[in-house]
Design a binder for this molecule. Structure first.
Ligand SMILES: *Cc1c(COP(=O)(O)O)cnc(C)c1O
Length: 397
């Protein structure tokens, strides 16, 4: 067995991986257009209109409302769908904290339903078991860019009269049964924060096929105005959550290479999946055949505790980094987050903890490769697989 790089051996890879963001002449030209137009935001939107139309078309939705980030996008979608203070919102615990805080900002109570062990996506059976008379909505998170089981979740939501919102912050470009995610449920939300697969530094989008919900979301993001109303006509309580023309320009530029990038990530992830399939102690995620396109914001895999023993995944990460492969440890269980639990206690007057053993177990084993790693060449996938094998074999079972 070859010596690990952290012990003075030769690293598997020394070449760097592609940088993120990727940008070029398109962004430069579009940004200058906005600059010289003098229309940077507010009224007279030009690029934002084009962006909303193109984004809705990309994901097969009828309506798009641009907003300032992915967190407020979830809050607005929930509020526009009728979620109010005291309502319960069922969501998975394996996600970014914003999924929970977006409900808490409305005074709504996150209820965590566990995930499936081999996808880390919301488990529809666990959702059904978590429903109470106060439940108003379900937030399905397409974690890593892989769509959750929308067939089953729609069935559960329909049966119990609940709203179904998709947190698709990581899933731009993803498709379930051939249909873009985002408006398979009542509404879907996206993030254009700097790490995301389409990015403008910050930004967000709400998609829906429901005109009333779209108009309400637009109004809340536009200080309660209505689309055809007068400037000082405020029909609802709303805030200013608008995106700027500069961000729309960057996003339109990013969209010129988007299809190419999605295809490359799919190709590389497929190859990597084959290359690591027989490595002892390593398991990729299961992909439902109805996932017709995976956005691969993350490439997730599990490293079994049986393999790494006491040292665990932190030691695995350290050895892997030594071999020239950048990976990260990912989320800790949101159902155990103190800040979230304190807020829930404030809102409900009681200590509420939802046990999610599948998620808690997974958090000790899951590692991530980030989306830019999947924009590398084929040789890089072979390097990753070689490094994973070398490091996995370095742990004595
Ligand atoms: C990034 C992200 C968000 C929040 O988006 P922001 O634009 O950073 O506010 C919400 N949910 C998930 C799953 C995310 O990855």
């Amino acid at each position: 067995m070859s010596r690990l790089a952290v012990d003075g051996g030769t690293p598997v890879r020394t070449k760097p991986f592609p940088q993120w963001p990727v940008y070029g002449e398109a962004e430069e030209r579009l940004l200058l257009e906005v600059l010289h137009s003098g229309k940077w935001g507010g009224v007279g939107r030009v690029k934002l209109e084009e962006l909303e139309q193109r984004f809705a078309a990309l994901q097969d939705a009828n309506y798009a409302v641009s907003v300032s980030n992915g967190t407020v996008a979830i809050s607005l979608a929930l509020r526009a769908a009728g979620v109010r203070s005291g309502d319960e919102v069922i969501m998975p615990p394996y996600t970014f904290i914003a999924t929970a805080t977006s409900a808490l900002l409305l005074g709504a109570i996150p209820v965590f339903a566990d995930v499936e062990p081999d996808t880390l996506l919301l488990d529809p059976g666990k959702v059904e078991a978590a429903i109470t008379p106060r439940t108003k909505a379900i937030v399905a998170v397409h974690i890593a860019g892989m769509p959750a089981n929308m067939d089953r979740l729609k069935q559960v939501a329909g049966k119990h009269g609940l709203k179904l919102i998709e947190d698709a912050a990581q899933a731009v470009g993803a498709r379930w049964n051939g249909v873009g995610v985002g408006a398979i449920g009542d509404a879907g939300t996206f993030s254009f924060q700097s790490s995301k697969n389409l990015n403008s530094g910050e930004g967000g989008m709400i998609l829906t096929n429901d005109k009333e919900l779209a108009d309400m979301a637009w109004s809340i993001a536009n200080v309660g105005r209505i689309r055809e109303g007068a400037w000082y006509q405020h029909e609802h309580i709303g805030w200013n959550f608008r995106l700027t023309e500069f961000q729309a320009a960057v996003l339109l530029g990013q969209m010129t290479r988007f299809e190419e990038q999605v295809a490359l990530r799919e190709k590389n992830a497929g190859l990597l999946g084959q290359l690591i399939a027989d490595i002892p102690g390593i398991a990729g995620m299961r992909r439902d055949p109805r996932v017709t396109r995976h956005a691969h914001h993350l490439y997730m895999f599990r490293v079994s505790k049986e393999r790494t023993g006491e040292a665990g995944k932190q030691e695995f990460l350290r050895r892997l980094a030594g071999e020239g492969i950048p990976a990260s440890a990912g989320y800790v269980p949101l159902n155990r987050n103190r800040a979230v639990l304190n807020e829930i206690r404030q809102l409900t007057g009681e200590e509420r903890v939802n046990d999610c053993p599948v998620c808690e177990e997974a958090c000790g084993e899951v590692l991530w490769l980030h989306q830019n790693v999947l924009l590398a060449d084929e040789e890089a996938m072979h390097d990753i697989a070689r490094a994973l094998r070398k490091v996995a074999e370095s742990f004595q079972p």
